[in-house]
Design a protein around this ligand. Structure first.
Ligand SMILES: Cc1cc2nc3c(=O)[nH]c(=O)nc-3n(C[C@H](O)[C@H](O)[C@H](O)COP(=O)(O)OP(=O)(O)OC[C@H]3O[C@@H](n4cnc5c(N)ncnc54)[C@H](O)[C@@H]3O)c2cc1C
Length: 434
């Protein structure tokens, strides 16, 4: 198989892996890009075929290239001029085409620098990746760009329970007036609701999550970021939170979030483990819905469903999910209640998002158990140094193993969206090109 002592082996060909390979090629470094699905450049986010799934970041912030901020808008202007509004929210499907175009263009101008391999990486041994079908790929370093782990599976076994909403044809059985229950009220629930509606489904939707919080919307026009005042960036975390709440109450919470965005990663890095733990336990759900906002047009669709009485969002905890006849019964305890309630549905969709247990992941689990990697204290992911190199059990950076994209969350926090990942790609490419 493709083995060269000089190349980089990248596991995962979504946005992170594909754009890292492109950047490395531009810097003269060869790589092999391994992806299980083989749709290089798309990953989970940009493989949706539905044009109603819009980006949740304005086009002028979605360049895949750190030093060319206008790259995506320019591409839209050439290829889809009707969607080229810099402050608009383009379909995610178009973004996937853009990423694929960039990868192809770099491959054409730097022939032989990127090798694509379709296959599932199963084991990492030293500087070699073993694929599930027995093939081996070796290089001088390995980059884990595997995205978010697969969703947790729902607790009952039934054809009416959709455990992975992104699986091909997952929604095909849902029709007409079918009653749908969704566990999770975040971005995936929103994606499912607008997609079902566009497919002609007319039924009711019951959505449940612990706090019943849904993603907030962007304004039609961007708000200028508020400057990060010293009381937001310095001092005890509780005082900073109070200051942020005070400013948010003055009505400019989006501008506050935008102002904080460039420094969020630094604040996360500077916080001790106890502060991070409190933040994740108590504040994360609130942070997520304000930070990861949806396009105004999508928010309007969700509001219309709620106004028509078709969407009910409830706060509560799942007690059980049980097949019932040709459907499902979801039993839950509403927030603050002592008794449970049940909802009968024709379908249940699990939109609770990825499971996060790197210790059980087939790729990273053995790295942890053998001491080649270690978990961060909150078990959010592998512990890394500032350039994304994996820290071994004794805290030494391993220059042959790096992590990019959402799995680097434990160390960088802001490493999930494109504007943050492309910055990490620059750091990674710089480290590997040296
Ligand atoms: C539904 C959705 C919408 C989003 N919308 C936006 C948005 O509008 N704007 C924004 O900035 N961000 C958005 N994001 C955030 C998203 O995380 C990033 O934009 C980006 O897509 C992350 O790409 P990735 O390559 O790191 O991960 P992924 O896209 O998950 O890609 C990982 C790839 O690795 C492959 N893989 C995993 N394990 C293996 C293995 N063992 N062997 C081989 N291949 C493997 C997978 O098949 C997959 O192709 C969205 C995310 C989701 C889920």
């Amino acid at each position: 198989m493709t083995s060269s002592s000089d190349q980089i082996v990248i596991i995962g060909g979504g946005f992170s892996g594909a754009m890292a390979a492109a950047r490395l090629a531009e810097r003269g470094v060869t790589s092999t890009l391994i992806d299980a699905g083989g749709d290089f450049g798309l990953g989970v986010a940009y493989s949706t075929p539905f044009d109603g799934h819009l980006l949740n970041v304005r086009s002028n912030r979605m360049s895949a290239v750190e030093d060319r901020p206008g790259d995506f808008v320019d591409w839209l202007g050439l290829n889809h001029p009707d969607r080229a509004d810099p402050e608009g929210f383009a379909p995610r499907r178009l973004y996937g085409l853009y990423v694929q175009d960039r990868l192809r263009a770099v491959e054409a101008s730097h022939p032989g620098r990127v090798t694509r391999v379709q296959g599932c990486a199963g084991v990492i041994e030293g500087k070699t990746v073993l694929l599930d079908d027995g093939r081996r790929v070796s290089g001088r370093a390995i980059v884990l760009a595997t995205g978010n782990p697969a969703p947790r599976t729902a607790s009952a076994d039934s054809r009416r329970i959709i455990a992975d909403p992104w699986a091909p044809s997952a929604l095909d059985g849902i029709r007409g007036d079918d009653r749908v229950a969704i566990i999770g009220t975040g971005l995936t629930m929103v994606d499912m609701a607008v997609w079902l509606k566009a497919r002609g489904w007319r039924g009711p939707l019951f959505a449940l999550s612990r706090r019943g919080l849904g993603p907030r919307a962007h304004h039609d026009h961007p708000e200028a970021p508020l400057p990060v005042l010293p009381e937001l960036a310095d001092g005890p975390a509780s005082a900073r939170l109070s200051a942020a709440r005070r400013l948010a109450k003055q009505g400019q919470w989006r501008a506050l979030m935008e102002g904080l965005r460039p420094v969020t990663g630094d604040l996360w890095r500077a916080a001790d483990a106890a502060t991070r733990a409190r933040w994740v336990r108590h504040l994360r759900p609130f942070w997520d819905v304000h930070r990861h906002r949806i396009a105004p047009a999508i928010a309007a669709e969700i509001q219309a469903l709620a106004d028509a009485g078709r969407l009910t969002v409830t706060a509560g905890r799942v007690v059980s999910v049980a097949p019932a006849g040709d459907g499902v019964t979801l039993t839950f305890r509403p927030k603050g209640a002592t008794v449970t309630e049940s909802v009968a549905a024709d379908w249940l969709i699990d939109c609770t998002g990825p499971g996060h247990d790197p210790a059980r992941d087939p790729l990273t689990g053995p790295l942890i158990s053998t001491g080649r990697a270690r978990l961060d204290p909150l078990r959010l992911g592998l512990d890394l140094d500032d350039s994304g190199r994996v820290l071994t059990a004794d805290g030494t950076p391993d220059p042959t193993l790096m992590v990019l994209g959402p799995p680097a969350r434990a160390t960088f926090w802001e490493t999930v969206a494109v504007p943050d990942i492309r910055k990490r790609i620059e750091v990674l490419a710089g480290t590997l090109a040296e």
